[in-house]
Design a binder for this molecule. Structure first.
Ligand code: SAM
Length: 308
């Protein structure tokens, strides 16, 4: 006979509240890294709600944003701001709380803290001071985008926000050109067209996806080669909302992964800084194993795009 005791279910109490009630009545001391929704308000875990309602204090990027989330779940809690401008001052205070045995939650405005959001130094300091760090996982825009992209998921590289200047963006793309998996970037809608163009210049017309307004009402996934997406966004103007860019590995004519061309392009960007077009093409063709004429044409195209 199964002797597991069933929690009585009342008509008024939804199942999730019963489960939360059973989770814990008191939180263990420690720093709780709590993921919050990136759009859809319901994308928050029962464990996260439990921690937010039982902790001693919540540190968040913007108290106004977190106040709305807490209000939606009827949670009232002391909040303090923890953001790039006050983090250095706040950290010692938070460590003191942890040393005093408090349960401290860290949340960002949306998604998983520390992922292009504040928190890395706090976690590092907490670990160095022997404090317990607990992750309460949940929504994270790069992972949501990856799972919807239709691009390979076995190997991926999340590279955070692209730099705002074109030269720096191309250098980032060149650094990542040899990676044979899906590349994931954050970008502002204002710079989206130019960034897609720069990525295409270095990586070639790889398969790509723009993931916009994930988990929200107007969620949209636009798929196509980088050059076509760049042209489409340039024509339509900056999209509304938030976006993630994903770039798949290069494909040859059979649709199989082929990274020789992007690697050559990335190597050319470097070689052209010090060598003539002819010498750069010869050196890169030898190194990557592509025909010299093909690499020479790529070098000419790169130079063309750079000249004003
Ligand atoms: N920590 C967050 C996470 O785990 O998703 C990311 C914070 S970062 C400051 C914000 C960037 O994430 C946005 O500029 C955008 O690139 C991406 N992002 C966040 N929410 C998104 C959404 N709902 N749809 C598309 N992109 C989103």
């Amino acid at each position: 006979m199964n002797k597991t005791r069933q929690t009585p279910q009342t008509a008024e109490q939804p199942l999730w509240q019963t489960i939360v009630a059973k989770l814990q009545s008191k939180l263990e001391p420690g720093l709780y890294i709590v993921a919050t929704p990136i759009g859809h308000l319901s994308d928050i875990t029962l464990r996260a709600l439990n921690a937010l309602s039982l902790c001693d204090v919540i540190y968040c990027e913007d108290t106004r944003v977190t106040k709305k989330l807490l209000a939606a779940y009827n949670i009232r809690k002391t909040m303090h701001a923890y953001h790039d401008h006050n983090a250095a001052r706040r950290r010692p205070q938070i460590l003191k709380r942890l040393q005093a045995g408090q349960a401290v939650c860290l949340v960002s405005d949306a998604g998983t803290p520390l992922i292009s959001d504040p928190g890395y130094r706090l976690v590092k300091d907490a670990i160095e001071h022997g404090q317990t760090v607990i992750s309460l996982p949940g929504a994270c825009a790069p992972i949501v985008a990856l799972t919807l992209s239709g691009l390979p998921t076995d190997r991926f590289c999340f590279a955070g926000f692209l730099p705002t200047k074109s030269g720096a963006r191309k250098r980032v793309a060149a650094d990542l050109a040899a990676f044979s998996g899906t590349l994931i970037f954050f970008e502002s809608p204002r710079r989206l067209a130019r960034s897609l163009g720069d990525l295409c210049e270095i990586l070639g017309p790889r398969p790509a996806v723009i993931a916009r307004e994930l988990t929200k009402r107007f969620e949209q996934l636009s798929r196509g080669p980088l050059d076509e997406l760049a042209a489409a966004v340039a024509e339509a103007g900056p999209p509304k909302g938030e976006v993630v860019i994903l770039v798949g590995p290069a494909e040859n004519r059979d649709g199989a992964a082929d990274d020789a061309e992007p690697r050559a392009r990335a190597a050319l960007v470097d070689a052209l800084k010090t060598l003539s077009t002819k010498d750069a093409a010869a050196q890169v063709a030898r190194r990557i194993g592509l025909p010299r004429k093909q690499v020479y044409d790529m070098a000419l195209a790169l130079k063309d795009r750079r000249s004003p």
